[in-house]
Design a protein. Structure first.
Ligand code: F6R
Length: 361
């Protein structure tokens, strides 16, 4: 049942305010400015002993894990990074007892992720799952973890589960941070920010008509560039993947700072750029990157917290706490990919060559 929507992708994009509300529900502890995650199976003493966090996933879940790693470093000050599960498994990784491993998966059945979890467990590591489907293989193999509570995702292309996974990581980061050095005031600041998300998501989705218009304007491109820095970079990667998957338009994602090291050679009027420009300490750097692109006659669509003069168009999104900005900035670009694909007559819920869960290697 698509509940009045023409595709599951559209329905699922529009379910995000409710889905985020669901992942927060019952978990916030205002008294201690922290959150409770029931199934982690990691007590405070064990959590304090964690020296590193390694996040493993594929595709969109890997991108959510990249944002998750940044959230963990920012809020808990534990060194963290994300890696594609398939690559991790084949490079004979050094498995360290003080590292906490986190497997991320919507389906909980992705073979590359499951195999990485099994290899880690064989080597005695502790593995948590950040999974959407309850009782799935990865959820069962993991030592503990947290469910993402996005609800069923039918469209092959992941949207609401991406957003909820990032929110689940924010909860994990907040929890770990409050066991360590994150202050009560910062804990409260993040909680207040999390509570603002559902309404801000609705605000973004209310701008659909304008995004649809922009999609029509940019979608004649053969290829598009997506750029961002630090918090904006995984957002750019995910938006680039989304556009590729549903529209089949070629897209590249780069850190804005890397443009001058090569990809700037691609910039010309027929190669528009989508720039993720949060209002944070990298704003001026991002403006400088947009200037470089304009100087090469590149067109720019910015996703930002205020209208960007250097850009040809700006999709303005509501500001949250800096750490939580990536959660919101990708949402208009889900709609951008959707409307681009719709205008091109693509099979949106079942893009060619793709399957919802990849249970083979
Ligand atoms: C992208 C997409 C895929 C999946 C990937 C992992 O829209 O759907 O990239 O994210 O195949 O799937 P899960 O999260 O089920 O492990």
């Amino acid at each position: 049942d698509m509940g009045g929507h023409d595709t599951y992708m559209h329905k699922e994009i529009f379910e995000q305010a409710d889905a985020v509300d669901r992942v927060l529900r019952g978990r916030i502890d205002d008294r201690f400015s922290t959150v409770h995650l029931g199934g982690l199976n990691l007590d405070a003493r064990e959590a304090r002993g964690v020296r590193r966090i390694k996040i493993l996933g594929c595709g969109t879940s890997y991108h959510a894990g990249q944002i998750g790693a940044q959230l963990i470093e920012e809020l808990a000050r534990i060194p963290a990074d994300a890696e594609p599960a398939s690559e991790f498994r084949y490079r004979n990784p050094v498995v360290d007892p003080d590292t906490l491993y986190v497997a991320v998966s919507q389906s909980g059945e992705t073979y590359d992720v499951l195999a990485a979890v099994q290899e880690l467990k064989r080597k005695g590591a502790r593995v948590l799952g950040v999974v959407n489907v309850v009782g799935s293989a990865i959820a069962r193999e993991a030592d503990g973890g947290t469910y993402v509570h996005a609800g069923p995702e039918v469209c092959v292309v992941s949207t609401k589960c991406f957003t909820n996974t990032v929110v689940a990581f924010a909860l994990l980061a907040l929890h770990l941070g409050r066991i360590r050095d994150l202050s009560v005031a910062d804990g409260k600041r993040i909680i207040d920010g999390l509570r603002r998300l559902p309404e801000q998501i609705s605000e973004i989705l209310a701008g659909e008509d304008e995004i649809k218009r922009l999609a029509a304007e940019y979608a004649e491109a053969k290829s598009m560039m997506f750029i961002g820095r630090v918090r904006g970079y995984p957002v750019a990667r995910e938006a680039s993947l989304k556009l590729k998957e549903v529209s089949y338009i070629h897209a590249e994602a780069y850190p804005a700072s890397e443009l001058k090291h090569g990809p700037l050679a691609l910039i010309e009027p027929a190669m528009p750029t989508v720039a993720i420009v949060p209002d944070d300490d990298l704003l001026e750097k991002n403006r400088a990157a947009m200037e470089e692109i304009k100087a090469r006659s590149g067109r720019i669509l910015a996703v930002a917290h205020q209208v960007q003069e250097k850009a040809d168009h700006t999709i303005v999104v509501p500001k949250n706490e800096n750490e939580l900005d990536p959660i919101l900035m990708g949402i208009p670009l889900q709609l951008f990919a959707y409307h681009t694909a719709l205008a091109m007559g693509r099979d949106i819920d079942k893009p060619r060559n793709l399957a919802k869960s990849v249970t083979v290697e």
